[in-house]
Design a protein around this ligand. Structure first.
Ligand SMILES: [Zn+2]
Length: 454
């Protein structure tokens, strides 16, 4: 081909791409996402074949290998594993039984809290003190608490429309309750599951023993059985609870963040990260929390590659390891980025479930926030309208040190805590269309951020 025509052809091709209006590109992103089932199949594999993938487990490593391959298949320019130190905790057996002269014996549905110590091999049997706050615990003091099992039974505040605020108002019973009770000599702790649901699925989650405090065994009880225990205590305040937990902490071990990258065309040293966490609670398939966020992030890579949308900045999909227990995956990612002097322009986290997409929250203010909120107009045709101020998420939070814009992907949130951290968080609870809409939203937002650079 003569040199001139080659030049002309290249010129025409470039003009054609540049002439593509953002709304056409966004439409093509949604069309592709809403008609492709790759992400849904990934979700099924991760939830069904790597169930139990707590940090430090063999299942977590299977999920690492699976998503590494999924990122290669999605067309990422490079894929690698980043070593992360993680805790190794195993659940073992768990049993709780009410023993009452009034109402006889009754078994309760419980789940040990993550990182909890176990009871003695034969279990422990003790009286139960029900409390609703740390103040109430302090008022009762050592005299009433020593040797007893403390039962934290403050429900989630159902009047709060923001279910995350409701969760946040109750979760300290789980994270700090065992430490607080231990200060007064409690033998163990039972926590009402931190959920809006009224059912028989206990919701686990991590507990954190404060430094210098004797760790005591701790488990969550289903909301239904929390009601039964509370009623039984009203009838017979002297009832006993037999508790057996054989959970155990082992030495820390090694796992991995999984990272797939598309090289930026003109600013390859600047990064936009999109991610979810690959680990999930061992009593759960972890579909909404957070295999969904992971497969959506892989899908972002696939969408860019499939549609030939080449971002100026490099785009990374990250499957963070160990969000649920000690957050080492997010910290490792930021530490390595800092070490290499990378510029991280923005990061989006998808860790609020896989319901219908609603919008994004931005950790920004003033004029910058206004500009970011103005991007909502591109999402009008897709019923995605909630562009508000707010945080990103715990895995991307360590990137704040690098001045990274923090963005949270926000789906509909009324049902999320029904599933969260429980055996009820299954693949079947995810709607394929809502999953696809989330991937498309994040890909579209990254595309717009990359163009406008707000
Ligand atoms: Zn999560």
């Amino acid at each position: 081909m003569p040199r001139l025509s080659l030049f002309l052809l290249t010129f025409l091709l470039v003009s054609q791409t540049e002439a593509q209006q953002p709304d056409a590109v966004i439409r093509s992103i949604f069309n592709e996402a809403l008609t492709d089932t790759t992400a849904y199949h990934h979700l099924r594999y991760i939830t069904k074949k790597t169930r139990g993938r707590i940090p430090g487990s063999r299942e977590a490593l299977l999920a690492v290998e699976y998503t590494r391959q999924a990122l290669i298949d999605a067309g990422a320019d490079t894929v690698w594993l980043q070593e992360v130190t993680v805790p190794h905790w195993e659940r073992g057996e768990e049993k709780a039984m009410i023993i009452s002269d009034e109402s006889g014996m009754r078994e309760l549905t419980i789940a040990a809290l993550g990182l909890s110590v176990g009871t003695a091999q034969e279990g422990l049997t003790a009286g139960v003190v029900e409390v609703h706050s740390f103040d109430e615990l302090a008022r009762l003091g050592k005299e009433k608490i020593e040797g007893k099992i403390v039962f934290f039974n403050r429900p989630v505040d159902n009047t709060l429309i923001n279910t995350f605020a409701g969760y946040g108002g109750a979760v300290n019973q789980r994270t700090q309750g065992p430490s607080e009770a231990s200060r007064y000599g409690a033998a163990a702790v039972i926590v009402r599951s931190v959920t809006h649901a009224l059912n028989d699925f206990p919701h686990t989650g991590v507990t954190r023993y404060a430094a210098g405090i004797k760790p005591i065994p701790a488990a969550a009880v289903s909301t239904m059985d929390a009601g039964i225990l509370s009623e039984a205590l009203k009838r017979d305040p002297d009832l006993k609870l037999h508790l057996l937990l054989t959970c155990k902490n082992y030495p820390d071990t090694i796992s991995y963040n999984v990272i797939g990258e598309i090289y930026g065309s003109s600013r390859p040293g600047e990064y936009i990260t999109v991610g979810g966490h690959l680990d999930a609670w061992d009593n759960s398939e972890g579909a909404h929390d957070d295999a969904g966020g992971c497969v959506q992030s892989i899908e972002v890579i696939r969408l860019f590659k499939k549609l030939g949308v080449r971002p100026r900045r490099s785009v990374r999909a990250v499957m963070f390891m160990n969000e649920e227990m000690t957050g080492t995956g997010g910290r490792e990612y930021a530490a390595r980025a800092m070490e290499r002097g990378e510029v991280h322009y923005a990061a989006i986290e998808s860790d609020r479930g896989v319901m219908a997409p609603r919008g994004f929250t931005f950790d920004a203010s003033g004029e910058r926030l206004m500009k970011l909120k103005s991007l909502a107009e591109w999402f009008e045709p897709y019923n995605i309208r909630d562009f508000d101020q707010g945080g990103g998420g715990s895995d991307i939070a360590p990137l704040k040190q690098l001045g990274t814009l923090q963005i949270g992907y926000i789906p509909e949130i009324q049902r999320y805590f029904w599933y969260h951290h429980s055996a009820n968080d299954t693949f079947e609870q995810v709607n394929i269309r809502e999953l696809q809409g989330g991937s498309a939203s994040m890909a579209a937002l990254i595309y717009l951020l990359d163009i406008y650079g707000y």
